[in-house]
Design a protein around this ligand. Sequence first.
Ligand SMILES: Cc1ncc(COP(=O)(O)O)c(C=O)c1O
Length: 479
Amino acid sequence: MSSVIFSRWMASQKPRAHTMRSAPAFYRNLEEALDVRRKDHGLYTLIKNTWAEGATADFCSNDSLSFGASGRLRKAFEEELARNSSAQLGAGGSRLMDGNYDYIEAVEQEIADYHGVEAALIVGSGCDGNYAIFEGIPRPGDAIIYDELVHASIVDGMSRSLASTKVSFAHNDIDAFREALISVWDSQPLIKQGKKCVLIVVESFYSMEGDMSPLKELVQAAKEIFPAGNAQFIVDEAHSMGVVGERGLGFVEALGLDSEIAIKTHTFSKAFGSIGGVILGNHTVKNALVNFSRSTVFTAAPAFHQVAAIRAGYTLMPQPETKAGRDNIQHLVKRLFTKITAHPIWEEANDRNIISIPVSEDWEERNFQTQLVPLWTRERYGHWLTFHLDARKYSAFPVTFPVVPKGSARLRVVIHADHSEEQIDGLVAAICEWAEEMVQIETGTGGRGKVPWAAQQVYALTDEEGVNGAANKVTANGV
Ligand SMILES: Cc1ncc(COP(=O)(O)O)c(C=O)c1O
């Protein structure tokens, strides 16, 4: 079954524009643009993941607390619906006009209280939250300093902002961050005088790297360089929400930095298993968002059922099962690191640049781990590893160009609360089995051909389906 999905995916990477010479320019031009992606095997297709059909174990989705897979969220949601059986589904308009309603206001206040902040604004998604923040918060003359790997929605939000200066710093690099702060201090007299502000933007967990922000050090540096307090932090907690912190409130809570952060965005599409986002801050921040953010003003308010699912997620947070799930994630990530790095093939596969896990290198120095474990591999090998894991019944997400820069392909493994030790051990065995095969292919030992067996299966099916798979085949030497 899985091979069929992958062979269809392979087939979809076949260039099309040249077959459309007589088609209207409108479609031909679009196909030409899509062909650029196909050339790198980078065309996104709307395939259904194999874990969704029960064919593989889900090491792929962001359902990290297993709220979705366990059915716990659905049950809590149904109970919430039953408690509000007369609520209308649609908000009926923008928050600023007809779309404000008691239920959303009550839930916002509950969320604010739960997080220990003054105010919360629920928005349609994490993306919408980031657009809203950067449209509404920076004032003319302010500067934004941001980690170079922040999410696309932050980048897009910043492009709509009124900030006069935007400076990126090398990912998680404290020296580069200090340099960026000093450059703004030196070049912006109004900021130096404390009349305008520096907004510092980071994520808590970076999902494609699997690492976390050195937030404590960044806060310390900002205080030293801007003692007047006009440097303020905005932290995107998309992937840490629910997963870390004493009450599962995220990275800022886990580090005890709540009083240092002006604005936090949490998304409910990851560990909370539903959809939506919330921006946490004080009343001034909320008022500014409501007034200045075009993406809040010119859209309908989040609907009742969306807010009800969010509230249902919060009802699960204090349950002992949720805390046990968080602890299990920590335990399993460490188990994965320990087992894989102790495997006999690991060192050679690592030395040959076949596979590596940078976040496994210094895990003992961290107080906690992220649930995100990217397996870095050679460009093109990412697909082969995906095919192999899938054949062994593990689903993980291949990330290649254009999502990440060329030459930095990886497979993102996401550890969930309901995974077991046996599954982790099985996953490690499958990864290492593939690594061993690749070592044999590269060294010409073991009587292997040039293409690993799982990929051969996919290619064979691609050919069988008559979609000229050969044109799309990848070999160890490239396309
Ligand atoms: C850091 C970060 N922020 C925001 C988002 C967007 O979240 P949503 O899916 O709720 O729009 C994502 C999603 O991948 C993310 O990783």
